[in-house]
Every structure is written in structure tokens, then in C-alpha cells.
Design a protein around this ligand. Structure first.
Ligand code: C2E
Ligand code: MG
Ligand code: MG
Ligand code: MG
Length: 299
């Protein structure tokens, strides 16, 4: 009996190893496929940028836009970054793609500026920068070149980073941020509150804005802890002289709560999803031109 039991255990062990192995193989080959396709994506012009408005609830004006990457995959359709950002980062392809994002986002924003739809001091173009991209030795020069090529004023650009950029080398991170801040570029700490040591990095990194992570916004009214965290982040930002923006605002109740707590800038489906540059242009035309200034952005 013992032998039989042992034999069965070995047998099922072998089976589960087999299942595990083929599962791993599937994952690895899926990743290889994705990476292969990603290498073609830039030359085949499969990337595009969409822009999500950022709104000041008091003035009801659009005060910025976050550029977000989309990949039109020939077989799988349009993919959002959660499907491919990790592969971009791990393969190093983010270097090239990130530069493409920066260049194209600056160009689109310069277009809005040319058409007098925005003013350089009252609007921020926000661009996400991945840790690996930020750590690249040429990063500061890359940003400067993108600004020069598009003629976008540096004070219109805001880079969104996460604390992940600083984990390897905080001194280098601070140094690069200071060089960019000196020419007028601003910084936002993205997904604030979700990292391991957000406060440690907040203390040292010269950021201008905290972006309260959408998970807290989502649960702010459902869970008193999340509500308390949002309240504390806003209060802390105020006393540190930082701006706060809430991301992922979907409901008017969330907006009411945020405003009551003193956070007036927001980004979320309640106002708009991320839209193509032409649509953003039309939205600015409808809301930010002088004769439209009394129009409510929710209309
Ligand atoms: P993120 O920087 O935190 O961007 C906000 C994400 O939340 C976007 O997802 C946006 O579409 C989504 N979002 C905005 N409002 C709402 C809302 O009301 N409800 C919900 N449920 N979601 C909302 P997206 O475009 O899929 O991007 C996901 C993440 O991918 C970004 O998170 C950012 O970390 C990264 N990412 C996107 N574009 C780029 C890029 O060009 N470069 C780099 N390095 N990362 C990027
Ligand atoms: Mg972001
Ligand atoms: Mg975020
Ligand atoms: Mg996020």
C-alpha cells in the first residue's frame, strides 16, 4: 500500500511538473512573440498617442493633458500599456519608444500652442517616463532635444515619474531632475501612495505635484481607510507646498469629496477618457477659447 501511495504521489508530481512546465513554456513563448512584434511596432507605425484632459474643478478649465501610449497590434487590435509596458521596459525597447512618445507628445502640444488654444504658463503636457528611460545617461539631453525640435516651452512640460526611478540610484535621479527643473520642466510623482517607501522618496525628490493613485480614489467613499489616506495625502501635499491631482475620478461623489478635502485638479472618466490629438484640439476649441469660457466642461 505504501508503495502504491508513493507511486501515485510521484506520478501526480510528475504530472504537475509537466503541467507547470508547459504553462511556463506558454508564458515564455507568449512573451517572445510580444517582444518580436514590439520590435516591429515603431518602424511599422503601430503606436499612437492619446491625450487625457486634466481639469481644474474651480475654473472648469482644462489645465493639462496626459499623453498615453496605444499600440495597434495587427492581429490583437488596440492594446493598452498594461499589456506591453513591462516587455518594453525589460527588453530595453522603452528607450526608443519612450523617445518617440516624448517627441510626438511635444509636437502635438506645440500644435495646440500654435493655434492659441493653450497658454504655455497655464497648461501642462504630462508625459510618463519609465524608470529605465529616466536612468539612461542621455535622458536630460533627449528631453532638451525634444523641446527644441518642437519649440515647446520647457515650462509646459511635466514629466510623470514613479518612485521606481530612484530605487537604483537616488543621487543620479535628483541630479537629473534638478538639471531639468532648472530649465523649467516640472515633475509629478505618479501613482502616489502605492510604492514601498513613497514618503522616503517624496522627502528627497524635487517633485512639484503628487498624483494620488486611482486605487485610493476608487475606494475613498467605500472604505474609510482609503478616505483617510486621500485626506492625509492632500493635507501633506499642502504643507509641503505641492500640488495634488486625483487620477481615476469616475463619479461626482468622488469629485465632491476631493474638492471638500482641498484637491481641485482631477483627471478621470468623469470628465473624459484619453482621446486622439485631433479630438483634444476640438475639445480645447470648445472649452478654452474666450467665448466658450462660461461653458461648463461637463456639457
Ligand atoms: P498612469 O500614468 O497612472 O495613467 C493613468 C491610467 O489610468 C491610464 O491608463 C488612463 O487611461 C487610466 N484612467 C484615467 N482615468 C481613469 C478613470 O477614471 N478610470 C479608470 N479605470 N482608469 C482611468 P493607460 O493609458 O492604460 O496607461 C496605464 C499605465 O501605463 C499608465 O498609468 C502609465 O504608467 C503607463 N504608460 C502609459 N503611457 C505610457 C508612456 O508613454 N510611457 C510610459 N513609460 N508609460 C506609459
Ligand atoms: Mg501617469
Ligand atoms: Mg498614475
Ligand atoms: Mg497607474
Amino acid at each position: 500500500r505504501a508503495d502504491i501511495a508513493l507511486y501515485r504521489a510521484k506520478d501526480s508530481g510528475r504530472n504537475s511538473i509537466h503541467v507547470f512546465r508547459s504553462h511556463m513554456q506558454a508564458l515564455v513563448s507568449e512573451r517572445l512573440l510580444l517582444e518580436n512584434d514590439l520590435r516591429q511596432a515603431l518602424p511599422r507605425q503601430q503606436f499612437r498617442l492619446v491625450f487625457q484632459p486634466q481639469v481644474d474643478a474651480r475654473s472648469q478649465k482644462i489645465i493639462g493633458a496626459e499623453a498615453l501610449l496605444r499600440w495597434q497590434h495587427p492581429q490583437r487590435g488596440e492594446l493598452t500599456p498594461e499589456r506591453f509596458m513591462q516587455v518594453l521596459e525589460e527588453s530595453g525597447l522603452i528607450q526608443e519608444v519612450g523617445l518617440w512618445v516624448l517627441r510626438n507628445a511635444c509636437q502635438a502640444c506645440a500644435w495646440f500652442l500654435d493655434e492659441a488654444l493653450i497658454e504655455p504658463d497655464n497648461f501642462h503636457l504630462c508625459v510618463n517616463i519609465s524608470p529605465r528611460q529616466f536612468r539612461h545617461y542621455d535622458f536630460v539631453e533627449d528631453v532638451e532635444n525634444c523641446l527644441k525640435a518642437s519649440a515647446l516651452p520647457a515650462q509646459t512640460l511635466k514629466l510623470e515619474i514613479t518612485e521606481g526611478v530612484a530605487i537604483r540610484n537616488i543621487e543620479d535621479t535628483i541630479h537629473k531632475m534638478q538639471r531639468l527643473k532648472r530649465i523649467g520642466v516640472a515633475f509629478a510623482m505618479d501613482d502616489f501612495g502605492t510604492g514601498y517607501s513613497s514618503l522616503t522618496y517624496l522627502k528627497r525628490l524635487p517633485v512639484d505635484t503628487l498624483k494620488i493613485d486611482q486605487s485610493f480614489i476608487h475606494d475613498a467613499l467605500l472604505n474609510s481607510n482609503d478616505g483617510a489616506i486621500v485626506r492625509a495625502i492632500i493635507a501633506m501635499a499642502h504643507s509641503l507646498g505641492l500640488q495634488t491631482i486625483a487620477e481615476g475620478v469616475e463619479e461626482t461623489e468622488q469629485l465632491d469629496f476631493l474638492q471638500q478635502e482641498g484637491c481641485h485638479l482631477y483627471q478621470g472618466y468623469l470628465f473624459s477618457r484619453a482621446i486622439p490629438p485631433e479630438d483634444f484640439h476640438a475639445l480645447l476649441t470648445a472649452t478654452n477659447t474666450p467665448d466658450a469660457s462660461k461653458k461648463n466642461v461637463h456639457e
